[in-house]
Design a protein around this ligand. Structure first.
Ligand code: CO8
Length: 258
């Protein structure tokens, strides 16, 4: 993969690891990060050897928000006509699962970026918040929508209107975070989760992600219908035959992603 200015990328077996790398700005998300992250995710998405991705920041900050120094001078016409921040949609459009490994600050766009991933593993040091209101704006990339779906209206309103931060324990209780681990375990825990995902049949993994994401978008009846159709379609795969035969024969499955 190309060298990036604001990211580090590497592969660990079947997992793609992307590390945000603007340490002096606490990984503030500027347009270069947006462009490079979108490029890196597209490359991993289309690489057949990769089954899942981990997105990490630094120990001090996953990301402290959109880059305020870059945003400061933007005016309405630039923002609207240029679809300011619209390019971040690429993260949620990634078809392979993305595990966010969050340590330290995940604020504003940083919290929103973590929520665009499929689940969040947090270090005990993680702090989540939507402080945009303190800057005279509101969340611009999912903080009012994904956060409300993740933690419910009461807590989402509390965070969005007061700009306060919540720690990892509160975020886990509220349903924003899937697991909390000690800081030194964070990256390994996320890489192991991603490696586990990458070890399962690719078609089933992509369909599982699509089905769960649809729960936020459609009625229960539509969601159940989609789930059933996807479930039924997996019986056309060789890996379904292999997975079930291996169980019955009491052996480890050998999946081929076919
Ligand atoms: N943008 C630009 N630079 C930043 C940002 C940021 N969001 N956050 C920190 N930095 C910079 C600081 O300016 C400082 O730089 P310098 O050394 O040149 O002065 C450096 O990072 C270190 O920061 P601090 O000295 O402030 O570090 P502290 O440990 O004292 O404080 C905090 C850490 C509490 C995280 C503090 O930096 C802070 O409050 N940051 C701003 C948090 C914030 O308000 N974020 C929301 C931004 S708005 C937003 O995200 C809109 C979302 C739109 C969607 C985005 C799509 C993904």
């Amino acid at each position: 993969m190309a060298d990036f200015e604001t990211l580090l990328t590497e592969t660990r077996g079947n997992v793609g690891l992307i590390t945000l790398n603007r340490p002096k700005a606490l990984n503030a998300l500027n347009s270069t990060v947006m462009r490079e992250l979108s490029e890196a995710l597209k490359a991993f998405d289309s690489d057949p050897s990769i089954g899942a991705v981990v997105l990490a920041g630094s120990e001090k900050a996953f990301a402290a928000g959109a880059d305020i120094k870059e945003m400061q001078a933007v005016d309405f016409v630039d923002a609207f006509v240029g679809d300011f921040l619209g390019g971040w949609e690429a993260v949620a459009a990634t078809r392979k699962p993305i595990v966010a490994a969050v340590s330290g600050y995940a604020l504003g766009g940083g919290c929103e970026l973590a929520m665009m991933c499929d689940f969040i593993i947090a270090s005990e040091t993680a702090k989540f918040g939507q402080p945009e209101i303190t800057l005279g704006v509101i969340p611009g990339m999912g903080g009012s929508q994904r956060l409300a779906r993740a933690v419910g209206k009461a807590k989402a309103m509390d965070l969005v209107l007061t700009g306060r931060m919540m720690d990892a324990a509160e975020a886990e209780r509220a349903g924003l975070v899937a697991r909390i681990v000690a800081p030194e375990r964070l990256l390994d825990e996320a890489l192991e989760a991603a490696a586990k995902i990458a070890s399962f049949p690719r078609a089933a993994v992509l369909m599982a992600k699509e089905a769960v994401n649809r729960a936020d978008e459609v009625t229960l009846a539509e969601g159940l219908r989609l789930e059933r159709r996807l479930f039924q379609s997996l019986f056309a795969t060789q890996d379904q035959k292999e997975g079930m035969s291996a169980f019955v024969e009491k052996r480890k499955p050998s999946f081929t992603n076919r």
